[in-house]
Design a protein around this ligand. Structure first.
Ligand SMILES: *Cc1c(COP(=O)(O)O)cnc(C)c1O
Length: 345
């Protein structure tokens, strides 16, 4: 099957020729001994970017989340997160299996909650209750449609958590999308969190890896988990170089992805049976509801070389990234028009 325009996820990006060249020339060493200069450089860059003492390079964002859970919480303790949070749905039960924690999900529109919801979810001390230990925020919210948490709201919810003695964690898989969309720095967004990470394999377009930042003590503990879980590497500079290159060259261009997502949304919103408010598209993720069968619609589009994801019986997700340009969006809209005009709805 030939896919001309792949909007399934921003994880499908392939390293550019320039990124590959930069990676191939990376200076490397034994990462476990802290002797890989490129990994060390990337960790310094991420610690600086997020305004923390230190950072650790990890194979994936999932491992950042799973390690953060283990460092912050003991088995039986509770993590307060939005009902759409990544570890609840897409980490194979890792929070229970690896950290032994209870995930307490709370609600709110577009993947976000407010201070009152956090206040209501924190458990009073009682022998019957799990101990509330950690507050979790996802910026941008993936299943919330790539929504950007306003800084004021982040400050409010984390203040409630701190007032009750909870730690705070930022899943920043797409933090740089929020930064580019809002003009607010990564450092400001990360400031109220004890731990925060960014993914290099989403919109930033590197092939492997994520990096998590926090206090020196937090990162030392994270390193123990990384070693134990088999995430410690050797000449990892070859992949870390992709992250270095991405931070230098692929951040500003996220604005193109956001413009493409908005154009896609405006086109889709005009199609028969499609429900979508383009004004809700803040970054690179477009969710829409169709009166047709989503799986069927996605299959028809795929047959015409355009891939999107069916995320529910009538819900479809399309994600823009650096391998899709404006012409690709035009092509995707042409195919979508054909498919949604022809489908029973
Ligand atoms: C993709 C994603 C992750 C996991 O990152 P991987 O690098 O794919 O393991 C975690 N959280 C969110 C919000 C994500 O979108």
């Amino acid at each position: 099957m030939r896919i001309d325009v792949d909007l399934y996820s921003d994880t499908v990006t392939r390293p550019t020729a320039d990124m590959r060249r930069f990676m191939s020339e990376a200076e490397v060493g034994d990462e476990q001994k802290m002797e890989d200069p490129t990994v060390n450089l990337l960790c310094e860059m991420v610690a600086e970017l997020l305004g923390k003492e230190a950072a650790v390079f990890l194979p994936s964002g999932t491992m950042c989340n799973e390690i953060a859970l283990r460092v912050h919480a003991r088995p039986g303790e509770e993590v307060i997160a939005h009902a759409t949070a990544h570890p609840i749905h897409f980490e194979t039960g890792g929070p229970g299996a690896l950290a032994g924690v209870n995930m307490r999900s709370i609600d709110g529109p577009r993947g976000q909650f407010d201070a009152a919801a956090v206040e209501a979810a924190v458990r009073p001390p009682h022998r019957h209750f799990p101990r509330s230990r950690l507050l979790w925020v996802e910026q941008t919210s993936n299943l919330g449609g790539g929504s950007v948490w306003p800084l004021a709201r982040i400050n409010e919810v984390t203040a409630v958590a701190r007032g009750h003695g909870l730690s705070t964690h930022l899943d920043g898989a797409r933090l740089m999308n929020a930064v580019v969309a809002s003009g607010i720095s990564a450092r400001e967004y990360a400031a109220p969190f004890d731990s925060a990470w960014i993914d290099f394999t989403k919109g930033l377009g590197a092939p492997v890896g994520a990096a998590m930042a926090g206090s020196r003590a937090f990162i030392d503990e994270a390193w123990r988990c990384k070693q134990q879980m088999g995430g410690a590497m050797r000449q990892a500079g070859i992949i870390a170089a992709g992250g270095v290159y991405a931070l230098r060259h692929h951040v500003k261009r996220l604005a193109d992805d956001h413009a493409n997502a908005r154009r896609l949304a405006e086109g889709l919103a005009r199609l028969p049976g499609v429900r979508l408010d383009p004004a809700t598209v803040e970054t690179n993720i477009v969710f829409f509801v169709t009166s047709a069968n989503a799986a069927e619609a996605v299959e028809h589009m795929l047959a015409h070389g355009v891939r999107m994801g069916a995320l529910g019986p009538h819900t479809i997700r399309a994600v823009t990234h650096l391998d899709v340009d404006a012409a690709g969006i035009g092509r995707a809209l042409g195919v979508a028009r054909e498919v949604f005009t022809g489908l029973p709805g």
